[in-house]
Every structure is written in C-alpha cells, then in structure tokens.
Design a protein around this ligand. Structure first.
Ligand code: SF4
Length: 217
C-alpha cells in the first residue's frame, strides 16, 4: 500500500471493527485504571481473549487493586489465572510486580516505557499498552496482529514486532498511535487471521499488498 493510504485504511478499519467485540484489555482500560491494564495485559500474553477475560475477572474479584493483590498468596493468583497460558509464571510475575510497585514506586504504576520494562515479565508490548491505554500517552503497542497486518498490507517491512514498532513510529501519524493496536487486534482476530485470512471479503483488499499471504479465503 502507499503511505498515504493509511487514512483510508484506518477509516475502513474503524467501520469494520464496529461489528466485533473489542479486545478485553481495551474494555478494561475504559475503567481508567493503569494497574488493571498492566495486570490484564500480562494475563493476555499468549492467551486467547475469552480465556483472558475470565481469568482477569476471577482475579479482580479476589483483589481489585494493588494493595489487595499484594496480599494474595501466589497460589491464589495461580488458581484465579488457570487455564491462562503460563499461569504459574504470570502469577509469580504479578506477585513480584505488586511488591515492587508498592515498595519501590510509592504504589504508582510507572507511566514511562523504560521504567515499565524493568518490571518482571513486562516486554515492549505490555509497556506500550500500559502507557497508551492506561495513561493515554503516545505509544504504539505491537503484538502479533499489529506486526502481521502492518507487514501484509505492505505499510512496513520488518522482520520482528520490535522492528515493526520502530518502523511505525517513523511513519504512522501520531493521532493514530493509540487506537492502531485496538483496530488491528480486532481485525486480526476476525478477518486478517494468522492462517488463511478472509481476503475475498476484506474491506482493505484494494490497498493491501498481501505480502507473505500464501493461502487465503
Ligand atoms: Fe489481511 Fe487479506 Fe485483508 Fe490484506 S486483503 S488485510 S491480507 S485479509
């Protein structure tokens, strides 16, 4: 696609995405609670949205703020997270993160990417999502959907999500940064799926280079 097509692409994505449920972390971010965005993003790593939704809901029922979660035993967190992927590792990271934020950060979730990256289990995807959805600050969260679709469209050509993030920071207009993740995650879950995307009915077909797509429906 041409760089200038991005405005039409975003407009079409906004229309398309009205048909589907928004990602769980976006839903949680409407409560304007960075701590919950951080915890639900950690739960969502390598885990389907429906499983994340239930696991986050069970955990927030037991403890819905930092102070209460810091008091939980790791086993209790594990039980709430199961069957989310890597639930034991995630429970251990959540326990450590609660202790670090409480004892070293005055109970405040960091709002800078570099500070968030120092927390256990927090990578660029989680850090960007906390900064954008938790604090409303600029950032581009690149997960597997954002990486895949940005490259399929031919908007960027990058081998890894991290390289895609930096390529997007160079060319994606700033006012699209925060919503870009939401739109592409929702679109990736429903139309531009990992294996065999639904190209024949895709609203972006006329713009898309379909880079690397070998099989489609
Ligand atoms: Fe994805 Fe196919 Fe649509 Fe391109 S045309 S965005 S590859 S579904």
């Amino acid at each position: 696609m041409k760089d200038t097509d991005i405005h039409s692409v975003i407009r079409i994505l906004k229309e398309e995405c009205k048909k589907w449920k928004e990602p769980i972390v976006t839903e949680i971010s409407r409560r304007h609670d960075p701590f919950k965005v951080l915890i639900s993003t950690l739960i969502s790593l390598r885990t389907k949205d429906e499983v994340t939704r239930d696991a986050a809901s069970r955990l927030f029922q037991v403890a819905d703020n930092l102070y209460n979660m810091a008091k939980l035993k790791q086993k209790t967190i594990e039980k709430a997270l199961y069957p989310a992927g890597f639930y034991r590792t995630k429970a251990r990271n959540i326990t450590r993160i609660c202790s670090i934020i409480l004892n070293e950060k005055n109970g405040k979730v960091p709002d800078e990417i570099d500070e968030l990256l120092k927390l256990p289990g927090v990578g660029r995807k989680t850090a960007n999502l906390v900064v954008t959805l938790g604090f409303g600050k600029p950032g581009i969260c690149v997960d597997t959907h954002v990486h895949k679709i940005s490259n399929r469209l031919g908007y960027v050509r990058a081998k890894t999500p991290e390289k895609t993030e930096f390529a997007l920071r160079e060319k994606l207009p700033g006012h699209y940064w925060i919503e870009y993740n939401d739109l592409l995650v929702t679109f990736g879950q429903n139309t531009c799926t990992s294996v065999s995307p639904f190209c024949s009915g895709c609203g972006l077909f006329s713009f898309c280079d379909r880079e690397g797509v070998v099989r489609s429906r």
